[in-house]
Design a protein. Structure first.
Length: 381
């Protein structure tokens, strides 16, 4: 769906530059705090590309659009303004595609709003973010909610263990329900994929225990050591018995091995909105007739999030869905890698030659002592 756009050199260059983004003023309207700045911006950039594909999908304007996005990324310093800026660009380029310019947008209010409604709502998509380990299986067999390789029985037991200690909100999942959730928010879909499966992430990080100095982006970065430290701190704080603690840690190791058995990506399942007709919630006629808001605000009402938890209990066949694969910023920057390699090399040198250096030092001291003794004997003689 996005492969052609993602393959462009300019897109790859922008993604590379996102690695060095530093937001100075963070306004957080959504749970962005769970991610580093670079990942927040990357997910929003991907949304900008997806919206272009759905609403405009014209090679004639793509280079100019990417240039405008690039300029926006360089001057914006918080996420809310970035989101508004992207929507304004989508609005601007959609009007250009429709041939409506020179201040004549308001005159064509009905045509513009109908176009956005048809493309984004009637023929738009809902998203389910999932761990990319399951991508091949879903592509081959379709998706049956909760029917895939997992350790549910183990996690049910973990849930029972926590309940034994009167902790009922740790995993935050009802394992008896055979259902998955879709969202109309592309960015949230990316968020869910990066932290999938959610119950496993909840085991490793809970904002309720922030005072334990837990790392937030453990699954995003695939940092096994930090994840295990998080888990041990939580279990120690909750005063879980050693036997229960050991069992939970063993399940953690199995689950980690499963979800990192393949190179991870941001992976989204996209289905047409008309599969969930009761979840659109857009009253086009009301938006069109509301003269108290300008045209851009009316467009924004169509593009905004309305439903972040759309329940699906039915099997989805391959023909009913599309899978979107997106690269994540799992790796550190090239400069960081070079710096770390230098440090590793220095440590290796110290490890190899550390004992030798001590021997040399002791030898030098003995030689010096011998010289001093010889001089003393000569003087005394």
């Amino acid at each position: 769906m996005l492969d052609e756009i993602l393959g462009k050199k300019e897109v790859k260059r922008i993604i590379e530059n996102i690695k060095y983004v530093n937001l100075k003023d963070e306004k957080q309207s959504f749970n962005y705090k769970l991610f580093n700045n670079q990942s927040k911006v990357l997910f929003m950039f991907y949304k900008a590309l997806f919206d272009y594909r759905i609403l405009i999908n014209d090679k004639e304007y793509l280079d100019d659009y990417l240039e405008q996005i690039d300029k926006l990324l360089k001057k914006i310093n918080n996420l809310d303004d970035l989101g508004v800026g992207i929507n304004k660009l989508i609005y601007k380029f959609t009007c250009r595609k429709l041939g409506i310019r020179n201040g004549k947008e308001e005159e064509n209010r009905e045509e513009i709003l109908q176009y956005f409604y048809d493309k984004y709502i009637i023929n738009g998509y809902f998203f389910h973010g999932f761990n990319s380990t399951y991508k091949e299986s879903i592509e081959r067999y379709g998706l049956i909610p909760e029917e895939y390789v997992n350790y549910y029985e183990d996690f049910k037991r973990i849930d029972d263990i926590f309940r034994k200690y009167d902790f009922t909100n740790i995993l935050d999942k009802d394992f008896t329900k055979k259902e998955i959730y879709f969202t109309d928010n592309f960015v949230k879909g990316c968020y869910y994929s990066a932290n999938a499966p959610g119950y496993f992430y909840n085991l490793l990080y809970k904002s309720d225990y922030n005072y334990l100095k837990l790392k937030k982006d453990i699954l995003l970065k695939g940092n096994h050591e930090d994840a295990l430290k998080n888990l041990k701190r939580i279990l120690s704080f909750l005063e879980i018995s050693e036997d229960d603690k050991n069992y939970i840690i063993e399940v953690f190791k199995k689950e980690w091995k499963l979800i990192f058995s393949e190179d991870r990506q941001i992976t989204l399942l996209a289905v047409k909105r008309n599969m969930f007709l009761d979840s659109n919630g857009v009253n086009l006629e009301k938006i069109m007739n509301d003269k108290s808001i300008d045209l851009y605000e009316a467009v924004d009402k169509i593009l905004c999030e309305r439903n972040s938890k759309i329940i699906c209990r039915e099997m989805l066949d391959g023909k009913d869905m599309q899978i979107i694969n997106l690269e994540g910023l799992w790796l550190k920057s090239i400069d960081d890698d070079k710096r770390l390699k230098k440090l590793d090399a220095a440590n290796d040198f110290r490890n190899i030659y550390g004992n030798v250096s001590i021997i040399i030092l002791v030898g030098a001291m003995l030689i010096s002592l011998g010289v001093i003794i010889s001089i003393a004997i000569m003087i005394g003689g």
